[in-house]
Every structure is written in structure tokens, then in C-alpha cells.
Design a protein around this ligand. Structure first.
Ligand SMILES: Nc1ncnc2c1ncn2[C@@H]1O[C@H](COP(=O)(O)OP(=O)(O)O)[C@@H](O)[C@H]1O
Ligand SMILES: [Mg+2]
Length: 317
């Protein structure tokens, strides 16, 4: 199995940029829990490896689509004593959400023989946004960029309103399928105060494996995750969808601030939307737009005729 290296490289906090994918799980059994047969690697990220697996139980009962995506931790994370709690936290945060633009989780399990923890979830088909953006150096056409941005903001609004912060919004954690966007990977997510109070609070700093150029500056300074931090990241993704470019030339917010990089409106973005998007990219979290106001601005923008499903099925150029 060849690891798939995302172009969206992840950085381990306090270390050099990771130029190689994280080590794949060692000695992963072919069949986990006597039920899930691993078929092939789908992708690797900062913390986990995701495989396509066949659910033998569903297959036995004649399910024509017995496939699931199975996520387990990469080798260096799997060796943490509380690795299973880390993965369980991702499961618990995501499992309480139900919205069409959020990945659906099925189960959290531990294989008795290998003691390996894993999550099963819906198998997503399509293309991650980082791969899609490589094909669109000037950004998606506005009609499609608008639809995808709205899907993304609605998914995030659903998560926040159910007490869940994502913590790692970036193009490689978004998949565009046949007609819809799906947000996944709540591995660095956290519950808002008062939600999921029994869940162990795992230190984000300890497991930090996020991509600095999408991280809000206060997170890089060690602040804890907040709704405002998610807004900064989501605004970076939306800016990139609209223009093909990262808002600050792929620099982290701290570097962009130090370099006093200018922030220009994406050419195709309707003018009335720019103040909301620009404010969502504010380095000062107290000056940043709130998620509801950003969502409201995108909802209010004149809805271009959405051709997303047809556009996705277009012949490759
Ligand atoms: N449900 C899924 N269906 C299909 N592919 C997936 C699914 N979840 C993740 N992937 C693929 O695996 C990659 C890594 O998954 P992710 O959950 O982001 O791991 P990490 O926490 O290590 O970043 C993704 O970028 C994507 O390519
Ligand atoms: Mg990821």
C-alpha cells in the first residue's frame, strides 16, 4: 500500500515541517473485530490513516454497499498511552452531529486481538478540496465557490450550535462528492464549555498537528480553541475557493502580520461580501466576524444559479 501524501502538509507543533506522511499503522490486522476487512488506504493526515474496508456483517446480509471508511491513528500517535481516548473524542464529537454536509460516523471500536482503536464512518467519494484547488489555480467559478462556501458555513454552524468546535479547518479536511460537500476530521475538535462534560479534555498543544497557515494567530500563540478561531480558518478556505490563492500567500497569520502583507478582495467575489470575509480574516479575534454573521452574508448574496452537480460531472479539462 502506498501512502497518499496530501499537498496540504501538516506541521507538528514545535518541530520542522513534516515533509513525509506520518508512519502508517504497523501490524494492522487484515480484519478488525472479525468484521471489517481492510481493502486499501484512502488517505493519511496529521494524525490518522483512513482505509476503505468491507463490513463483512453487512455483506453477509446482502447489503450491496457494505463499504465503510475506517480511521485509525498513525503509528506515532497510536503509541500514546491515551491514544484510544484521542480517537474516541473525535468519535464522540462527530457522532452527535447530523447535517448533510458533515461526515456521518457509525462506530468506535477496539479490535480485541491487536487492541487497536478505530472509527468506522460513511465512505466518502469525491475529491478533497486541496486536490480540487490544484486544478483551479484561479479558484472555482463563483457560482460553485458560493455553493461550496455556503455548504461549509452551514456545516460549521451546525457543529457550533451543537457545542462542537472543529479546530482544523483546511482544504484537505473537506471532500466534494457527487453533488455535495462534506466536512470531516474532528480529530483536533473540542466541545464548548457545558457540552460533553464527561469527555476527557485532551491538550491540543500536546497532540498539535495542525497546518499553521489555516490556524488563527491566537492558536499559534497557545490560546485555546474558540469559535472565533474556526472562523479565521473557514475564511482562509473560502478565500482560497474564490481566488485559488491563500489570503496571505500561504504564510501563517503570525508571519503575515509581521510582514504586513496586504489583503486584497478576490476578483470574482461580489463586492457586498468582501467586508464580511475581510473581517473574518482579522488577526485580532475580537474584531473578527462571528460565524452567524458570515453565514448571513453568504446567504444574502445573490444566489447564482447553482450548477454544482453538473459542474462536478463535467469532463476533465
Ligand atoms: N470518510 C472518508 N471517506 C473517504 N476518505 C476519507 C474519509 N475520511 C478521511 N478520508 C481521507 O483520508 C485523509 C485523512 O483523513 P483525516 O480524517 O483528515 O485524518 P487526519 O486526522 O490524520 O488528518 C483525508 O484527507 C481523506 O483523503
Ligand atoms: Mg485531516
Amino acid at each position: 500500500m502506498n501512502p497518499v501524501l496530501s499537498p496540504d502538509l501538516t506541521l507538528m507543533a514545535g518541530s520542522a515541517p513534516a515533509r513525509a506522511p506520518r508512519p502508517l499503522p504497523k501490524d494492522l490486522p487484515d480484519v478488525l473485530c472479525g468484521r471489517y476487512r481492510i481493502e486499501r488506504l484512502l488517505g493519511v493526515g496529521g494524525m490518522g490513516a483512513v482505509y476503505r474496508a468491507r463490513d463483512l456483517l453487512r455483506e453477509q446480509f446482502g447489503d450491496p454497499q457494505p463499504y465503510v471508511a475506517l480511521k485509525t491513528l498513525s503509528e506515532d500517535f497510536a503509541s500514546y498511552p491515551d491514544a484510544s481516548a484521542l480517537l474516541y473524542s473525535e468519535f464522540a464529537l462527530t457522532a452527535r452531529l447530523s447535517q448533510r454536509n458533515l461526515v456521518r460516523l457509525y462506530s468506535f471500536e477496539i479490535d480485541p486481538a491487536s487492541q487497536r482503536a478505530f472509527i468506522t464512518m460513511e465512505l466518502l467519494k469525491g475529491c478533497t478540496l486541496d486536490s480540487l484547488l490544484l486544478q483551479y489555480p484561479s479558484g472555482l467559478p463563483w457560482a460553485e465557490a458560493h455553493t461550496v462556501s455556503l455548504n461549509l458555513l452551514e456545516a460549521l454552524q451546525h457543529a457550533h450550535s451543537h457545542g462542537v468546535l472543529h479546530g482544523d479547518l483546511k482544504p484537505s479536511n473537506l471532500m466534494l462528492g457527487d453533488s455535495e460537500l462534506r466536512l470531516f476530521d474532528f480529530g483536533l475538535g473540542q466541545a464548548l464549555d457545558g457540552f460533553l462534560t464527561g469527555l476527557p479534555r485532551l491538550s491540543r498543544q500536546r497532540f498539535a498537528a495542525w497546518t499553521p497557515r489555516y490556524a488563527a494567530p491566537e492558536l499559534l500563540d497557545g490560546a485555546s480553541l474558540s469559535a472565533a478561531a474556526d472562523v479565521y480558518s473557514v475564511a482562509c478556505v473560502i478565500y482560497e475557493l474564490c481566488s485559488g490563492q491563500h489570503p496571505f500567500r500561504r504564510q501563517s497569520a503570525k508571519q503575515a502580520k509581521a510582514m504586513e502583507l496586504p489583503l486584497n478582495a478576490p476578483a470574482d467575489l461580489p463586492r457586498p461580501l468582501w467586508p464580511a470575509l475581510r473581517a473574518a480574516l482579522a488577526f485580532d479575534p475580537t474584531q473578527r466576524s462571528s460565524l452567524p454573521s458570515l453565514l448571513q452574508a453568504f446567504r444574502a448574496a445573490r444566489q447564482p444559479t447553482s450548477r454544482l452537480p453538473r459542474w462536478l460531472r463535467r469532463p476533465a479539462t
